[in-house]
Ligand binder design. Structure first.
Ligand SMILES: *[C@@H]1O[C@H](CO)[C@@H](O)[C@H](O)[C@H]1NC(C)=O
Length: 440
């Protein structure tokens, strides 16, 4: 059929592929950031400049009720009584193309410990009656607050961290593993994998009349090959976000620091602990690349350096747990991007008043495969700290990767830890802006 038949059809036929190729920029929004102090306090009004860029805003969080296993607000007081759910979905009147999704779980809805940790996320899957009740409760929640769908940041068990042992330790570990099977994360992983496919299908069905979206976020250290079936999930998922970061954190591995969000494989690391391996896994198992989003963190992980630390190679030696807390996030072992740039300085600042040089040494990523880090050795009056982080430059390298591989876009985790005030010498939301510029 020729284009001359009808201008309308012709324009449409040309436009559809262009629209379909628009990269997605999914922005996570951690609402508890309103509790932070000083320049870290994040208000709803801070979202506005980001929402000109984000195609989707994911509200953190909704939770599974411990008794009924239905979907409920995580923080009833803030989300519902103080009306924050509604305030967020109302933003669509100013940003008509924005989709708002309710994010489920995200490691914020935790119960129990050890093998019992977050058991409800598996219990729910095991009964079709409970799954249907969950799907119906999700429909009601999404519909009544005006969201466009949900994102399942499902809390499957996390991989055990890799340990570095002396030779004797290594022998002991393989002995223990053989005899106690302590590496098995979930005896029923294969069943849970199939049941999760069913849940996604049931959700999509429950959402059909309103065309609500269902997406999945693979949380850090959740092993896709154990719990997810890409080929059978594909028909009912709008997209999947792969959070390929936090393989090493000061809590998981107090004595091993590493690049927190490597794009490619690192020396002496498990081969699947990087973005490229994860993306390949999903694509090789039948999931369309155009529906895969690369997760990009906006924060860094920090370790405390002892007085006999050796930092001239990676991983550094002489670490003992989380680095000192930052002034806004006030949590040891983690720093937001603005906390990092104010500490270590910013050699790339384009605008006036860049943060002044400091006693930190920054090691940029010449390989474009690993990420950036900075450190300060301990002195008599200052603690030593090692910071592995994502910068606007490394985030842009990841956006290049997304383009080169024909992926669907990126998902930022999260807006409240990006430089939303613009203190780093760039415009507000430095990492988000950098990703957008590269994807365009
Ligand atoms: C994920 O599971 C596969 C087996 O299904 C295993 O080979 C791989 O090592 C696991 N990855 C991690 C990081 O534990």
């Amino acid at each position: 059929m020729g284009c001359f038949k009808s201008y309308v059809i012709c324009a449409f036929a040309l436009l559809v592929p262009i629209l379909a190729d628009q990269p997605k920029i999914v922005c996570n929004y951690e609402t508890k950031a309103h509790l932070r102090e000083g320049q870290g306090k994040f208000e709803v009004s801070d979202l506005d400049p980001a929402l000109d860029i984000c195609t989707h805003l994911q509200y953190g969080y909704a939770a599974i009720n411990d008794n009924t296993l239905k979907l409920v607000p995580l923080n009833e007081q803030y989300d519902v009584i103080k009306d924050n759910y509604r305030k967020i979905t109302d933003l669509k009147s100013r940003h008509p193309k924005l989709k708002t999704l309710l994010s489920v779980g995200g490691n914020e809805d935790t119960t129990g410990e050890g093998n019992e940790k977050n058991l409800k996320y598996r219990e729910l899957l095991e009964s079709s009656t409970k799954r249907i009740a969950f799907a119906n409760s999700a429909y009601t929640l999404v519909k009544s607050f005006g969201f466009d769908g949900i994102d399942l940041a499902w809390e499957f068990p996390e991989n055990k961290p890799k340990k570095v042992h002396s030779t004797i330790g290594k022998l002991w570990k393989s002995f223990k593993k053989t005899f106690t099977g302590d590496s098995i994360l979930d005896e029923k992983a294969a069943e849970h994998k199939d049941q999760f496919v069913a849940l996604v299908r049931e959700l999509k069905n429950a959402f059909k009349a309103d065309n609500f979206q269902v997406s999945l976020t693979v949380l850090p250290n959740v092993n896709s090959s154990l719990f997810y079936d890409p080929r059978n999930l594909a028909p009912n998922l709008d997209f999947v976000t792969i959070q390929c970061f936090d393989y090493y954190t000061p809590q998981r591995t107090p004595e091993i620091a590493d690049y927190p969000a490597p794009l490619y494989e690192l020396i002496d690391r498990r081969p699947d602990e990087n973005c490229d391996a994860q993306v390949k896994f999903w694509m090789q198992n039948g999931f369309p690349g155009s529906k895969i989003l690369l997760g990009i963190p906006t924060y860094g992980r920090t370790w405390h350096l002892t007085s006999d630390a050796k930092v001239d190679s990676v991983p550094p030696e002489g670490l003992d747990g989380p680095g000192e807390a930052g002034p806004f996030t006030k949590e040891s072992g983690i720093l937001s991007y603005p906390e990092i740039c104010m500490k270590v300085g910013n050699p790339h600042a384009a605008k006036s008043k860049p943060p002044s040089p400091t006693d930190f040494k920054i090691i940029p990523d010449a390989t474009k495969k690993r990420g950036v880090y900075a450190y300060r050795l301990p002195t008599d009056n200052q603690q030593g700290i090692w910071i592995g982080y994502e910068s606007p430059e490394t985030a842009s390298i990841k956006a290049e990767y997304v383009k080169a591989k024909g992926l669907g876009g990126v998902a930022l985790d999260d807006l409240t830890l990006d430089d939303f005030k613009g203190v780093c010498g760039y415009n507000r939301y430095a990492i988000l802006q950098s990703v957008r510029t590269t994807l365009q």
